[in-house]
Design a binder for this molecule. Structure first.
Ligand code: E4P
Length: 233
């Protein structure tokens, strides 16, 4: 399962992109509205940082206007994926945009039926919102599994994208359910790093190594001789 970051914040993308684990990003109108500055510049910078599919959402409810907004958003970067909210108009816009070669992320999909319709319209990604499903006391894992199971036998090329992740467990559940992508908020990505045994393990290795100062001198010398500082592998 590939990992995207779910944010409108360039600062967050800068930090996480440096880990080398991001394949893409998703934004939405709510996330962008929380940030200062020009949304177009933020989206372009996010595209540059992740160098992969970056969803930018249309806001119109009318199919024609959705298509116009989608085409305009695609001029921002080659990495833009047009995010379209699920609806009859959204399906029609998705069909038109994908026929013209524009990738579409169909968003706000909450059922296998909606996913089947989205796949048929040609959606590249189908976003199912785990957190919002759980908020309704409905099991988001069961919904995701049903979506994946419903799409697979037809051999659709649409990728299931788990969205609205609220905790690190959601990421593992999405992967086990067979989702191709998860889009994950900054805080959840940071949470995925954590394990007390990792922290204590690093501290113990460091403390043991420091008991032998001559080892540090040896390693410094080895790095110097190899000339590997900053060298590409
Ligand atoms: C991503 O594509 C969605 O817009 C996002 O994950 C929604 O998350 P939320 O339910 O936390 O707002």
């Amino acid at each position: 399962m590939r990992l995207f970051i779910d944010t409108g914040s360039v600062k967050e993308v800068e930090e996480i992109a440096a880990w080398g684990v991001l394949s893409g990003a998703t934004t939405n109108p709510s996330l962008l509205a929380k940030e200062e500055g020009d949304p177009g510049e933020a989206i372009k910078r996010i595209c540059d940082l992740v160098q992969g599919p970056t969803s930018a959402e249309v806001v119109s409810r009318d199919a024609k206007q959705m298509v116009a907004e989608g085409r305009a958003l695609r001029t921002l970067s080659e990495h833009i994926v047009v995010k379209v909210p699920f609806s009859p108009a959204g399906l029609a816009a998705t069909r038109e945009l994908t026929q013209d070669g524009h990738p579409v992320n169909m968003t706000l999909v909450f059922s296998a039926n909606q996913a089947l319709l989205s796949a048929e319209a040609g959606a590249t990604y189908i976003s199912c919102f785990m957190g919002r499903v759980d908020d309704m006391s409905v099991d988001s894992v069961a919904v995701l599994e049903e979506i994946v199971d419903a799409l697979r036998p037809a051999g659709t090329t649409s990728q299931v994208l788990a969205a609205s992740l609220r905790n690190p467990m959601h990421a593992v559940q999405a992967a086990k359910a067979g989702c191709e992508v998860s889009t994950i908020p900054y805080k959840v990505l940071k949470g995925m790093l954590e394990h007390p045994l990792t922290t204590s393990g690093i501290e113990r290795f460091e403390a043991d190594w420091q008991k032998r100062p001559e080892f540090a001198t040896w390693l410094e010398g080895l790095v110097r001789e190899a000339g590997t500082v900053g060298a590409a592998s």
